[in-house]
Design a protein around this ligand. Structure first.
Ligand code: MN
Length: 284
């Protein structure tokens, strides 16, 4: 996209800023919750964003033993460390550094996510993407993406962009996505460098900084801060003095009622009760 085109567009500004909140989940894994907490329960269609990052095995060794999901997708993106995945259908896999698992839970799976290491850096993200009512009871599906299969763009100024989902200058992401049309980019910028990306009007979008800092318009986001972006048709981030590593995520809001309880996200509380019944009856 030429600079001239960008000048005619409307840059999205940061509307709200949230600092990641330390919490624990699973069998006692320490993590930072960014979406899915007080103040930011969701950002339609995104239901949760966790960042896990620790060099201390005690923070993650307990992992996430068997637990169910129904009604949405979980996206695990590993930066460092290894996580062993297994489910009640016999699917197993090892998620290593740079890999992505895009799991469509649909009508239900029971799975475990356990660290395959006892110490050393474990770092990554889990994003939950809602499914529309028509797809909540779809067959479960996995898209396990090897790091080599995630398109990585080397742009001017040393900017690197991994296209997990979406489209950057015609380079399409590795993941086949549904009606929420998610964009999921991991962008690494040297100090002072910028990256601009078109975002569809009407899509909800955010920037999450996991290292360094960026300016978006006249506002700055620092490490472990998320900026919810206002309306516009593009976003531009400019790295601060120490450079920046950011996630840029956008998606089409569903505009449907959200009923959630723990690992179940449906449209009504009756459907939540049914999910709990089905799980306890072994129907997942
Ligand atoms: Mn899970």
């Amino acid at each position: 996209m030429s600079t001239q085109t960008l000048e005619k567009t409307t840059a999205r500004k940061i509307e709200r800023t949230f600092k990641a909140m330390p919490t624990s989940d699973g069998a006692g894994v320490k993590l930072n919750r960014v979406i899915g907490r007080a103040g930011l329960p969701d950002l339609d269609p995104f239901l949760l964003l966790d960042e896990f990052r620790s060099e201390d095995g005690a923070d993650y060794i307990a992992g996430f033993p068997d637990h169910p999901h129904r009604g949405f997708e979980t996206v695990t993106y590993m930066l460092a460390g290894r996580m062993r995945h297994g489910d009640n259908k016999g699917n197993v896999g090892l998620l290593g550094p740079g890999s992505v698992q895009w799991m469509t839970a649909g009508r239900g799976i029971v799975h475990s996510e356990m660290p395959e290491q006892e110490d050393g850096l474990m770092q990554g993200f889990q994003l939950w993407v809602n499914l529309p009512a028509k797809d909540k009871m779809t067959e479960p599906r996995y898209q396990d993406i090897d790091p080599r299969d995630i398109p990585t763009l080397d742009l001017a100024g040393g900017v690197k962009v991994k296209v997990i989902a979406g489209d950057v200058n015609g380079t399409k992401g590795a993941v086949d996505t549904g009606v929420t049309e998610p964009t999921y980019l991991d962008v690494v910028l040297p100090a002072g460098q910028s990256f601009a990306h078109p975002v569809k009007l009407g899509h909800n979008a955010f920037v999450y900084v996991y290292d360094g800092s960026v300016a978006v318009g006249d506002q700055t986001l620092v490490k472990t801060e998320l900026g919810v972006l206002g309306e516009g048709d593009n976003v531009e981030v400019v790295a601060g003095d120490a450079g920046a590593k950011v996630l840029i995520v956008a998606g089409k809001p569903l505009g449907e009622p959200v009923a959630r309880h723990g690992p179940f996200v449906m449209n009504t509380m009756a459907e939540i009760r049914q999910a709990a019944e089905d799980y306890l009856a072994g129907k997942f």
